[in-house]
Design a protein around this ligand. Structure first.
Ligand code: GLN
Length: 295
């Protein structure tokens, strides 16, 4: 059975760990760059009152003295997170609010840094650009660390493992990855599923949709034979759709991390310190457990 998720905070990500990720349709080429500053959720400004106390903790616990004090953010006093809120259970809408594992982790990190969290929802494709253009401090979106993305941004330490899973119809003849040869594969545009599938099975066999849910809908309608997508959203999507199943075979295992502007070491260190503390005190695990019920 698949190991759904693990909090891995100890490993510092290096390019060396990330072999075999292939070449990307790089986000630098992304056209719809402009961030829809659709500010949602996250004006849960509870953070402020605790900020002082946490700041003191940080100074004591962090190895970089006063890291959070030196952190410059896009907007003073605010940690701006770019995401794509179509990716349950990491980020999705509940009424008007963006909730999920990433949203809560970002809220906890912001609190540790004495900042107020603001979440900006945009196309997945635009997230890295928002970070590189200085419109967002963090890209946090169940985002896999890849070599190509590392050319554009830095990443925090990994806070979770992601798995590229394959969804097929319950009665499908597709039983493993090799059966995907020559089949029509649906993916979410510009995700690792999209990138790897195009490399492995050819561009002509891959249909990229703006949302993972749209790819799953296409599968349901018989327009594609399989969907490759991260396994947690896969589970969420098939829950609401009859007649689909997830193959036991994992297509790829990946590290999720926060994208941060290249060279912004103060922020990266502060985020890593905050993540390490949240891991140590069990906060990370409790956030994950809230959204992922292990089997
Ligand atoms: N983990 C995948 C990627 O980074 C998908 C992320 C997403 O769709 N939010 O490409």
């Amino acid at each position: 059975m698949k190991k759904l998720i693990t909090a891995l905070l100890t490993c510092m990500l290096t390019a060396a760990m990330l072999g075999g990720c292939g070449k990307a349709a790089d986000d630098a080429n992304s056209s719809n760059a402009d961030v829809n500053a659709e500010i949602t959720a996250a004006d849960q400004d509870a953070a402020d009152t605790d900020a002082q106390a946490d700041g003191a903790d940080d100074a004591a616990a962090g190895d970089e003295e006063g890291a959070s004090a030196e952190v410059k953010t896009v907007k003073e006093g605010v940690l701006t997170m770019a995401t794509n809120a179509t990716f349950p259970p990491y980020e999705y809408y509940e009424s008007d609010a963006i909730v999920g594992i990433d949203a809560e982790i970002a809220e906890a990190v912001a609190k540790k840094l004495g900042l107020e969290l603001k979440i900006e929802d945009m196309e997945f494709d635009s997230i890295i650009l928002a970070v590189t253009q200085g419109k967002a401090d963090l890209g946090l979106a169940g985002m896999t660390v890849t070599e190509e993305r590392l050319e554009a941004v830095d990443f925090s330490d990994s806070y979770a493992t992601g798995i590229q899973a394959v969804i097929v119809a319950e009665d499908s003849e597709i039983a493993g990855i090799s059966d995907l040869d020559g089949k029509k594969i649906g993916v979410q545009l510009a995700t690792t599923g999209d990138i790897y599938a195009k490399e492995d099975f050819g561009e002509d066999n891959v249909e990229a949709y703006n949302k993972g849910a749209d790819a799953v809908m296409a599968l349901k309608q018989g327009k594609v034979d399989a969907v490759i997508i991260d396994n947690q959203p896969a589970l969420a999507f098939i829950q609401n759709t009859d007649g689909l199943k997830i193959l036991d075979t994992e297509y790829a295992v990946e590290d999720y991390a926060a994208a941060i502007a290249k060279g912004n070491d103060a922020l990266r260190t502060a985020v890593n310190d905050a993540l390490a503390e949240l891991e140590e005190d069990g906060t990370l695990q409790s956030i994950i457990d809230k959204y992922i019920v292990s089997e």
